[in-house]
Write a protein that binds this ligand. Structure first.
Ligand code: GLV
Ligand code: MN
Ligand code: MN
Length: 413
């Protein structure tokens, strides 16, 4: 039986209210650093203060709400996620982990329960990486995992990360100071929607996450020859769109047929000059592939380069391959999985073990502290789309388990 209960109605109200910032008929547009993102962050800071937390923003723009513990000198137990969305995204990805964390603290405060450890609610900056094509910006800064390319990138409209960070209260040139010492945090817990079909299909309310997938991202520029679409014979073309299409199919096949990695996706495409009567001269595609094994990602890169070289030879085009990021996969310790299972049992909810096919801030934070994740069902397994939906009951279940987890960890860690 739960010792104390979260307020399900309040949690779902917060989720709805946060979901109004950036809401459009085409889904959520709360892209990191946008006005909607800034409003969502301010809304969240307000809730943290109401819950009795002290709030600060670190140089990487991460929001850190903190409630003191009763025993001096103990490291904090942190919970959190992100409030930015992908373009035309959903209301629950990231938002649930943040609103859930704040609800847990509000519940403790309302019930006058002192925990031994300080408790932190965290909002990580630019998890999705829609801005700057650099994801997990805030959590990687906190974990000390920034790379040379993160130093001061510019976004698609030419504005630097330093400028964007200043808009949200960060101080990017001092990003190194956002890094936490390993003795500052006792553990980090992230509640998230599954974003896949397993829990929904099996009717299981709670997923105990076993590990987080690794991810490789690339951009490929295919350079052919622009020419007149009416006068150029089919035999005399170097059509970048046709070569790009062959590459798209080869990338799909990499996971779908060759099973080199678990999933592979071309998610973006840009044609130049993008006119109906011009043979495309250049095409840019953005792609990624993912697997729990980093060897599989390396094999994927090899296959990408092999397929690209073959198409270049066949079609007489050139391809520039830009390697963006390789994010390590992260297994979750059995002991931490067992703690989530115990919390789920405490809340009286059935659970099953599931891997995470999506990436999360937790995979960066796992390099500086003990980490666990729990999932709730995503209706029909849809996410990163406007139809993303988890029922109010699912959201409340996950938040209740998060609270049980926090209290178990406070006892045991
Ligand atoms: C992050 O949301 C991802 O793309 O996995
Ligand atoms: Mn996402
Ligand atoms: Mn997410």
């Amino acid at each position: 039986m739960p010792r104390i209960r979260i307020d399900a109605a309040r949690l779902n109200r917060s989720l709805d209210e946060l979901g109004r910032f950036g809401e459009t008929p085409e889904g959520m547009q709360r892209i990191a650093f946008s006005p909607a993102d800034i409003q969502g962050r301010e809304y969240t800071i307000g809730l943290m203060r109401q819950a009795g937390m002290e709030v600060r923003i670190d140089p990487a723009g991460n929001i850190i709400g903190r409630r003191p513990g009763s025993e001096p000198g103990l490291p904090a137990i942190a919970m959190g996620s992100h409030t930015d969305t992908v373009p035309s995204g959903g209301k629950y990805d990231g938002a649930l982990g943040v609103m859930g964390a704040v609800e847990c603290v509000q519940t403790l405060t309302d019930s006058n329960i002192a925990l031994r450890h300080p408790v932190e609610a965290l909002v990580f900056t630019n998890e999705e990486g829609t801005s700057f094509h650099r994801w997990l910006i805030g959590s990687r800064a906190m974990a000390g995992l920034l790379e040379a390319e993160d130093r001061d990138p510019v976004d698609d409209v030419g504005v630097t990360l330093t400028t964007r960070m200043a808009d949200i209260g960060g101080d990017w040139p001092r990003a190194a100071e956002a890094t936490r010492r390993t003795d500052e945090l006792a553990a980090y817990f992230e509640l998230h929607i599954e974003q896949g079909p397993t829990l929904h299909q099996s009717g299981t309310p709670i997923g105990v996450v076993t590990g987080i997938t690794g991810r490789a991202t690339f951009e490929v520029e295919i350079i052919g020859t622009a020419n007149h679409a009416g006068t150029t014979p089919m035999t005399h073309r170097h059509d970048a769109m046709v070569s790009a299409s062959k590459l798209v199919l080869a990338i799909n096949k990499m996971a779908a047929d060759l099973e080199i990695c678990r999933v592979s996706t071309v998610g973006s495409i840009e044609a130049h000059p993008n006119a109906v009567n011009v043979i495309p001269g250049t095409v840019k595609i953005g792609l990624e592939f993912r697997d729990l094994s980093m060897d599989a990602l390396a094999a994927g890169e090899k296959e990408l380069r092999r397929a690209a070289a073959q198409i270049c030879q066949e079609d007489g085009v050139r391809m520039e391959i830009y390697r963006h990021r390789f994010t390590n996969s992260v297994p979750i310790e059995n002991e931490m999985q067992d703690l989530v299972e115990a919390a789920s049992n405490q809340a009286g909810l059935a659970n099953m073990r599931v891997p995470s096919g999506a990436g999360h801030d937790a995979q960066a934070i796992a390099t500086i502290t003990k980490m666990a994740m729990l999932f709730v069902p995503s209706t029909d397994g849809i996410s990163h789309a406007p139809q993303e939906y988890s029922t109010p009951e699912d959201c409340a279940n996950g938040t209740q388990v998060l609270l049980e987890l926090l209290m178990l960890a406070d006892d045991r860690l």
